[in-house]
Design a protein around this ligand. Structure first.
Ligand code: ADP
Ligand code: MG
Length: 306
């Protein structure tokens, strides 16, 4: 048996009561075994899509299946196949982490003998907090507990909605490590983020949504490779009184008295030609650095096109 996509989304649309069209004809697949990034600015429709998969929001039209189970035709199996870590942290403050996981396991009908409470608490580094009240946990601990909670029924797919929004650098590192570990253990991971460098670092494949529409869906490397703009920073032997404005440059910014940052379209011109144009203005070049295009360059050009 070949494994199909972990999640398959077809022509998904959502218009909220009040008329806001949050998703507009979105179709894509999440390949099994990958870390998949759903990227988009605030308000793009990411949480709406996740909440439809979670059964928390009703779609207006289209279809979605999880691990081969259609969310309408087979909601029970679809739900069993996915663990969702919501964007908002909500807990009953009077339960302990161990109780939170036991209750969740009960909700999914996991028999006592098959429960993984201690194992999951260890995996998210909360063993020593097993019996503390949830309200005494730090924000980072709560986030990790939510991840453990999403895993009690051992789903093949886990979805994290903005796991690192507003968290400090150290917790972000911890969460990235946890995501990597889960994926190494065979879990398909979907995460939404509006942090471009996070998606670029972590994800095998990235889909971008903007204003409810899918505008890209590619392996990360391919997506980053689409960047056409390159940047060269030139240190000059004197202050360029007049900026070497050239039709061939996309942008020319003076960083300080002796430094220019020039953005150019690599399909039209190369770095050597950029430098020749600057030298032709009587400016000597003392030093050169180039910056490779990154996901941000692609994101900006995709979200500002058309
Ligand atoms: P994201 O998670 O990408 O930031 P959301 O899916 O939360 O985006 O929101 C997409 C759009 O739908 C936004 O314009 C948001 O204001 C709107 N929206 C979200 N939830 C609701 C709701 N319950 N009722 C009406 N509009 C909503
Ligand atoms: Mg959101």
């Amino acid at each position: 048996m070949t494994i199909g996509p972990a999640i398959s989304i077809r022509n998904l649309a959502k218009t909220y009561a009040g008329g806001k069209r949050a998703l507009d004809d979105v179709s894509f697949d999440v390949p099994a075994g990958q870390i998949f990034g759903l990227l988009g600015p605030n308000g793009a429709g990411k949480s709406t899509l996740i909440n439809i998969l979670a059964g928390l929001v009703n779609k207006t039209s289209g279809s979605a299946s999880i691990w081969g189970f259609d969310i309408d035709a087979d909601p029970r199996n679809a739900k069993r196949s996915i663990g969702i870590v919501p964007q908002e942290i909500v807990f009953d403050p009077f339960f302990t982490p161990a109780e939170v996981l036991e209750i969740q396991a009960g909700y999914y009908g996991v028999p006592k003998a098959a429960r993984r409470t201690l194992e999951l608490l260890a995996a998210v580094h909360l063993s020593d907090k097993a019996n503390a009240y949830s309200r005494t946990l730090s924000g980072g601990m709560k986030r990790r507990l939510l991840i453990a909670k999403a895993l009690v029924h051992t789903p093949p797919v886990i979805v994290l909605d903005e796991p690192t929004a507003g968290v400090d650098v150290e917790l972000r590192r911890q969460l990235w490590e946890l995501v990597g570990q889960l994926n190494a253990d065979g879990v398909t991971v979907v995460l939404t983020t509006h942090y471009l460098e996070e998606a670029e670092e972590l994800c095998d494949r990235i889909a971008i949504i903007n204003h409810g529409k899918l505008i890209a869906d590619k392996p990360t490397k391919e997506l980053v490779g689409m960047a056409r703009e390159k940047v060269v920073v030139l240190t000059l032997d004197k202050d360029p009184a007049a900026m070497p404005s050239q039709a061939a440059f996309q942008k020319c910014v003076k960083l300080d008295d002796h430094t220019l940052e020039i953005t150019y379209d690599r399909d039209r011109i190369n770095a050597g030609e950029v430098m020749a144009l600057v030298q032709a203005q009587g400016l000597g070049i003392v030093d050169v650095t180039t910056r490779e295009p990154d996901l941000e360059d692609v994101f900006v050009s995709l979200t500002t096109e058309g």
